[in-house]
Design a protein around this ligand. Structure first.
Ligand SMILES: [Zn+2]
Length: 324
């Protein structure tokens, strides 16, 4: 059973919208571009992990993606959490391409284009998650299930040179191709231990119910989390060819005065970005302002091309995206 919470998918969409609409030269532009790259690469890594884990026997494993739990006031989120009758296994995913080298003291280096760059150890991150997860299980009076861990490098082109003196690092830092095998080996290893407990279906169900009902998604809006206000955003419709915000609407087409590109539906991306960045509803007046149009009739027509659903009457009528 795979349960996806997929927060990273929404974050990538939000960052892409923010990257488009943030005013040129804004002080936070490079931070947002870097975060976008990081989350986008992370998302690809997670999708690749999903693919490789999908080969595990379905009835034996519960798989949770992007589960975020609260321990006291502190939130911790796990890329992947896997549960079977022997353990609860956080899997931390990294998506670096190239070579990963781990020295004898557990320091991680990323070798790319001949440069050896020290990177943050994923072991610290995963051990913190394991610690928080154990505390959370105790606090919720849940069965005392073991919590081993894995770190997976999810880019299929990555190779790992592991010189660590720590046997756990040797065993548990793996490439994506070896992931499924490692999960199966770990399961066998736990089953073969005399003292290892096999948890019953009802115990697993109880843990599962708790995990699902305690997922706490981030609720802060993207603008708030970067301390950006609406004034920092462009308005208007962006030209997809030259990325300028100058498109005007004439004879049922959007025209760019700079590169002369035309588009019948450039307003669609603009309004989707509006709903992501600003709010989930829009009035005709707000639509006129945001799309740089003076005619409410044209805005109404453009809204109807997207099947926006309207609520309320006359000037206060609020439009929003249709339910999926
Ligand atoms: Zn253009």
């Amino acid at each position: 059973m795979m349960k996806k919470f997929r927060d990273n998918y929404s974050i990538v969409k939000e960052l892409a919208a923010l990257k488009r609409y943030l005013r040129k030269g804004h002080a936070k532009a490079s931070l947002i571009a870097a975060d976008y790259q990081r989350y986008e690469s992370g998302l690809r890594g997670e999708q690749s992990t999903d693919y490789y884990l999908s080969g595990l026997p379905k009835n034996d494993y519960y798989i949770y993606r992007g589960l975020r739990l609260l321990s006291d006031q502190y939130a911790f989120q796990m890329d992947t959490l896997l549960m079977n009758s022997r353990f609860l296994l956080p899997i931390e995913t990294k998506n670096h391409a190239g070579i990963i080298e781990i020295d004898e003291n557990n320091h991680f280096f990323h070798i790319v284009n001949g440069n050896r760059i020290k990177i943050k150890s994923p072991l610290q991150q995963v051990s913190r998650q394991v610690y928080e997860l154990q505390r959370w299980l105790i606090k919720k009076h849940l069965p005392n299930i073991p919590t081993p861990w894995l770190v997976v490098f999810s880019n299929p082109t990555t190779s790992i040179r592991n010189f660590s003196n720590d046997p756990l690092t040797k065993e548990r830092v793996v490439t994506i191709e070896d992931l499924k095998e490692h999960v199966l080996n770990l399961t066998e290893l736990f089953a073969s231990k005399k003292a290892s407990e096999k948890f019953t279906n009802s115990e697993l169900k109880k843990i599962n119910d708790y995990l699902l009902s305690h997922h706490s998604p981030k609720t802060t809006s993207i603008l708030k989390s970067y301390n950006i206000t609406i004034k920092d955003l462009e308005t208007g419709v962006m030209c997809s060819q030259c990325q300028r915000f100058a498109m005007f609407y004439k004879n049922t087409l959007w025209h760019c005065p700079h590169c002369l590109a035309t588009s019948p539906d450039a307003h669609v991306q603009a309004l989707l970005d509006y709903f992501i960045l600003i709010k989930s509803t829009i009035t005709l007046k707000e639509g006129c302002h945001f799309l740089h149009l003076s005619s409410r009739n044209i805005v109404r027509r453009l809204f109807s091309t997207m099947n926006l659903k309207g609520q309320g009457h006359t000037r206060a009528r609020q439009y929003s995206l249709p339910d999926k």
